[in-house]
Write a new protein. Structure first.
Length: 141
């Protein structure tokens, strides 16, 4: 039930009455209080004024360190290929491939490993062993 103020005056005088009032089961509902709108805090320079954006950009370039570059396209498939090649005659599951990558200091999610294996299978560099979830290096690719 919405709490709206009735525009008309009640019998007692000039105090507006609440519409709906009490229905006998619970307490009277209080009118909603509204807060003033406050601007969103944002760190993007696109939402700031141009003068302010320039000053923050200039100071940020002095104090900010460069982050590592994004990996080159196809890097995951190359890393998975190297792991399969090292374990050559043996077959490996995705969990074993992931553990081998983590031992090298590379963290790779399971969907990324699956996608890389699909790419290697398309180039005939890896084969899925039967209907299992294990993979083997293929020298034909």
């Amino acid at each position: 039930m919405n709490c709206r103020r009735d525009r008309s005056l009640n019998k007692a005088g000039n105090i507006p009455a609440l519409k709906g009032g009490t229905d006998g089961e619970g307490e009277a509902q209080q009118p909603e209080t509204r807060r003033a709108a406050s601007p969103l805090r944002t760190s993007s320079a696109a939402r700031r004024s141009p003068a302010r954006a320039r000053s923050t950009r200039a100071s940020a370039s002095v104090t900010r360190r460069s982050r590592g570059r994004r990996q080159q396209r196809g890097t995951n498939a190359r890393m998975v290929h190297a792991i399969l090649k090292a374990a050559s005659p043996r077959r490996m599951r995705q969990a074993e491939i992931r553990k081998a990558l983590q031992a090298k200091g590379v963290s790779l999610a399971y969907p990324s490993i699956g996608h890389a294996l699909g790419q290697l299978e398309a180039r005939k560099a890896a084969k899925q062993v039967g209907k299992t979830k294990s993979w083997r290096y293929s020298a034909t690719g």
